[in-house]
Write a protein that binds this ligand. Structure first.
Ligand SMILES: [Zn+2]
Length: 217
């Protein structure tokens, strides 16, 4: 199965991409993880990418596409893949079409996590991460210790730089501008399936499993 998960930040697509790729032994290609990985490596690519990410802006297409191309080549040896966070705009979608044609690995489906803006805002604003062990929390959905510290190691919690109020608003706007043409693009190709991003993670997972079972036949 070769799929794209499309949706705003906070829609749950990353979590679902991880669970579904484990369930079906697919390669989970997350551009967020790829970029964070290159930043940790402190490679030239990583240093360039970091500047954009901290401002809440999108990393330039060529940079991201280079990373994705590399991963997709490796994905040929797998049963398939889920692309999470890519493509983000039409230029990337066209670049992806080219890569997939070159590698002869056509897409099976595109899942659109349709999510109201208020839900996205609520989820992103509540996210906290432990500054010592890196565990993720959410003030409502996955609360930390009552004393406001990490329930695993007691470490101090912080807001990720890209979850700051202003950055969140910027990310929502950037997403909306680019998402609409993409949804249209894949609807025309008859690949698009909608899943509600507002429902719980459990319900999303159940719906996705039904979809994947149906598609696998
Ligand atoms: Zn901790």
């Amino acid at each position: 199965m070769r799929a794209i998960f499309l949706g705003p930040p906070g829609a749950g697509k990353g979590t679902q991409a991880q669970r579904i790729s484990e369930a079906y032994q697919l390669m989970h290609i997350s551009t967020g993880d790829l970029l964070r990985g290159t930043i940790k490596d402190n490679s030239e690519l990583g240093r360039k990418a970091r500047v954009y990410m901290e401002r809440g802006e999108l990393v330039p297409d060529e940079l991201v596409t280079a990373l994705v191309r590399e991963r997709l080549r490796a994905a040929r040896r797998h049963r398939g893949f889920i692309l999470d966070g890519y493509p983000r705009n039409q230029a990337q979608a066209l670049a992806l079409d080219e890569i997939l044609a070159e590698e002869e690995i056509p897409l099976d489906l595109v899942v659109h996590f349709e999510t109201p803006v208020e839900v996205v805002r609520d989820r992103l604003m509540g996210r906290r991460v432990c500054s010592s062990c890196g565990t993720n929390f959410h003030l409502k959905a996955l609360p930390p210790s009552p004393n406001g510290r990490c329930s695993r190691c007691g470490g101090e919690l912080m807001i990720r730089p890209d979850d700051q109020d202003q950055t969140v608003e910027q990310r929502i706007r950037v997403y909306e501008d680019f998402a609409r043409p993409l949804v249209k693009f894949y609807r025309k190709k008859d690949l698009l399936h909608k899943v509600s991003g507002a429902q719980t993670a459990g319900d999303q997972y159940a719906e996705l499993k039904r979809l994947f079972e149906r598609k696998a036949k």
